[in-house]
Every structure is written in structure tokens, then in C-alpha cells.
Design a protein around this ligand. Structure first.
Ligand SMILES: Cc1ncc(COP(=O)(O)O)c(C=O)c1O
Length: 409
């Protein structure tokens, strides 16, 4: 596994903890200690990472919500960025850029050019903000509908569209944001009106515990939005880029949205880059003749990030890659059938649902004892988010299944 002298500046966990407690986040540290978890990312490679101090090894089945879908330090992505270093930097975000143009065109082609305009960012929250700005600006409306327990990031507009618990200490919410329960079409129908700029939804809400959308749910929302002049924005920060066995999770629903938001795995975990794919109509407000600089992000679409992202697209776009995600998914489903949880699954976007938070935590600790890392969903802790790297080999998948079976023996 990779790891040189620069990867761990402290000799012991206690030394690291003292400095982290004092200068970074004492309560985050305490939280993990209460859970019985001591995790410091040490050496990492492919599907594996190692705790830097206990030297315990784990198959990463959380993947930071898809950041490491192509494994840790994917050699192709790493090499591409390393080769570009010294020749490219972030570029100039105001000037035209071949790197950005090429990446935008390739992203657009993953959705048959239905969303041909791409705005780049650095974080998922920023990319969500872009989609909401474009929806508001292109409709001259302000109301934004999202789902309770959904998660879209911690920046301005994305925070406003998310869970109340993340906003309450910071003052009243921005006006115009409304939430309804997921998979409740009646509630959606009641709330989308002629003031609604957009509905924003994850293709499968990860933080809510990965409930699979009811058949027809998205198609009906698409219809409601079209009938009532609202935009449909799909947050694919976790579900995109092959995770569900298609380029985008929404492609399972036969729905064409007005925007797709992607992040996390787009960088391969190497260099931050995110993107918001938009229709021409949505984009006009961000690139008008009157003010083409109305939306700016200095590091958004950094040329080094574009190199990382293009390599990610090369890998996911290889013939057979997406089909393999589907067949691995079937293999896990079969193997997990006799295990004591409900499996929520679309491709390798999986949630293991237990009957209580405590049961899920107990299961997590047993799973980790077998050298597998996954993590509870923030807004439904009965569910363990289980996202194996998409590049897992057949032998590694067999090993993972074996470990999971032993965890519940
Ligand atoms: C569905 C979804 N949207 C948006 C975000 C925000 O991304 P970032 O943390 O890069 O701002 C996340 C992050 O976890 C996410 O899971």
C-alpha cells in the first residue's frame, strides 16, 4: 500500500489526538471514541485502507459516499494528475479552457446531451447552490421543495434545502424552502405550485437511509414540475458516475431532469472538482449577454481537477464497466439473502437496514472486526451505508462476502 514518511506526522495516536483535540475538533474526536472507533486513514490502496496506528486493515465499503468508487489512489487517476503537475495548475477561471470544454462535453454526453451546459465547482454544496440559483433565475420564482431527511450540503442554498438540525443554530432559514416526506406523492402534489422554482431530490436519498423510490415516483414528480413550470434538480453527488450501474441514478427512472449535480467521485478522491449539468434554458441566467460573470468559482473546474475527472470518465466509460456493477450487485444480493438485515439496493448503492440504531451499531462493530468498513446513514441510523468500490475484483468480492457472512455467523 502507498504511504511515505509524510503521511503521518505524529508517532502515536495520543500525540495526534492531543493536537487534533486542541486545534481541530474535540467533539468529533470524542464522538468516535464513544462509538469505540479509532480511525486514522493510514496507508491506502485500491479497495483497502489501513488505520495508521492500530494497523488494522479495512475494505472500504463506505467510500466517503462514492469518493473512492474507483478505489484509493487509483493508479490511472493518480498518474494522470501527477503527469499534469508542473505543466498545469488550476488555470484561469475567467478564460476559456480546453480542459473544461472537453470535460463539459464528455459529461454532457453521459446524458445524451439533454443537459449540455456544465458549471464547475469545488464542493457538492456549491454545485447544488448553482442548480438552485439557475432554477430561481430561470423561472423568476423562489420556492424550493426538497425532502425531509435529505442532504445536499452545508453551503448557503444547499443548507437551506437540507435538514433543519443543521441550520437551527445559525438563524432563521432562508425564505422559500419547503420540505415534504420522501416517496409521498400526495405531499409533493400539494406543495408544487405556481411559485415553485424547483424540486430538488437525490436519486436515492443516502442520508435518509437509502429508501428506494417507489416505481413511478420520479416520473410523476417530473410531470408535476413540467405542468406547473418548476424545474427538477437531481442531486447525484452519491448516486452518480456508475454507482447504481448506470451513469446516473435517475436513468433508472426514465426521467430527464433539468439539472444533475455531481461531485465526490468525480475527482477520484485526488483533486476536488464538482459539476452541475444544466439545460440551456436553465443556464442562460448564469451566462447572460448582460452578465456572463454573474457566477464565479476560482477553483471551480480547476484544470488539474479536469484531468482527474476525465480519467474517471475514461474508467467508468470502459466497455462493460457499468454492466459489471449490475452483476456484482446481483452477486451481493444473493449472498446477503440469509443475513439478518433488509437490503436496499440499486447497483452497488446499498443500505443494510436493521431494526434499531443499536442493532445497526452492533452489526457495524462486528463487520469492522472482520475488516470491512461501512457507516450508519446520518438521518436513519438503523441503516448502514454499504458502498463497495466499483473496481472490486471477483476475488475481492468473494473475500468481502466471506467477511460479511462471518460477521453474522
Ligand atoms: C447527496 C449529497 N449532496 C451534496 C453533498 C455535499 O457535498 P460536499 O460535502 O462536497 O459539499 C453531499 C455530501 O455528502 C451529498 O451526500
Amino acid at each position: 500500500m502507498s504511504g511515505g514518511p509524510q503521511t503521518q506526522p505524529f508517532d502515536t495516536f495520543d500525540e495526534l489526538a492531543d493536537v487534533f483535540r486542541e486545534h481541530v475538533a474535540p467533539n468529533k474526536l470524542a464522538y468516535y471514541q464513544r462509538m469505540g472507533l479509532q480511525m486514522v486513514m493510514g496507508e491506502r490502496e485500491g479497495i483497502w485502507f489501513e488505520d495508521a496506528y492500530t494497523r488494522l486493515r479495512f475494505i472500504n465499503c463506505h467510500c466517503n459516499g462514492g469518493v473512492f468508487s474507483l478505489g484509493h489512489c487509483n493508479p490511472r487517476v493518480t498518474r494522470a494528475v501527477a503527469d499534469a503537475l508542473g505543466e498545469l495548475d488550476i488555470g484561469n477561471h475567467h478564460f476559456p479552457s480546453g480542459q473544461r470544454a472537453q470535460l463539459a462535453s464528455r459529461l454532457s454526453s453521459t446524458f445524451d446531451d439533454a443537459l449540455p451546459r456544465v458549471v464547475f465547482g469545488v464542493s457538492g454544496g456549491e454545485a447544488v447552490d448553482v442548480a438552485i440559483k439557475a432554477a430561481r433565475g430561470s423561472t423568476n420564482r423562489t420556492k424550493i421543495v426538497s425532502v425531509e431527511g435529505g442532504y445536499h450540503g452545508h453551503t448557503g442554498l444547499s443548507l437551506a434545502a437540507g435538514d433543519a438540525s443543521f441550520r437551527e443554530p445559525f438563524g432563521p432559514n432562508l425564505p422559500g424552502f419547503v420540505q415534504v416526506p420522501f416517496n409521498d406523492l400526495g405531499a409533493m402534489e400539494a406543495v408544487i405550485d405556481d411559485q415553485t422554482a424547483a424540486v430538488i431530490l437525490e436519486a436515492i436519498p443516502a442520508t435518509l437511509g437509502m429508501p428506494i423510490p417507489d416505481p413511478g415516483y420520479f416520473a410523476a414528480i417530473r410531470q408535476l414540475c413540467s405542468d406547473r413550470g418548476a424545474r427538477l434538480l437531481i442531486d447525484e453527488v452519491q448516486t452518480g458516475l456508475g454507482r447504481t450501474g448506470r451513469w446516473w441514478g435517475i436513468q433508472h427512472e426514465d426521467v430527464i431532469p433539468d439539472a444533475i449535480i455531481t461531485g465526490k467521485g468525480l475527482s477520484g478522491g485526488i483533486y476536488p472538482i464538482t459539476a452541475t449539468l444544466l439545460t440551456r434554458e436553465m443556464h442562460t441566467v448564469l451566462d447572460s449577454e448582460a452578465n456572463p460573470f454573474i457566477h464565479i468559482s476560482t477553483y471551480g473546474g480547476a484544470e488539474l481537477g479536469c484531468v482527474a475527472a476525465q480519467t474517471v470518465l475514461d474508467i467508468v466509460g470502459q466497455p462493460g464497466f457499468l454492466e459489471r456493477v449490475g452483476s456484482l450487485s446481483e452477486r451481493f444480493a444473493e449472498a446477503f439473502e440469509s443475513l439478518p438485515f433488509e437490503l436496499r439496493r440499486r447497483g452497488l448503492f446499498m443500505g443494510l437496514r436493521f431494526s434499531s440504531d443499536i442493532e445497526a451499531l452492533g452489526a457495524l462493530l462486528r463487520i469492522m472486526q472482520q475488516g470491512v468498513f461501512c457507516f450508519p446513514a446520518g438521518n436513519d441510523r438503523r441503516v448502514l451505508q454499504f458502498l463497495p468500490p466499483l473496481i472490486i475484483s471477483d476475488d475481492e468480492a468473494a473475500d468481502l462476502i466471506d467477511r460479511m457472512t462471518k460477521a453474522f455467523a
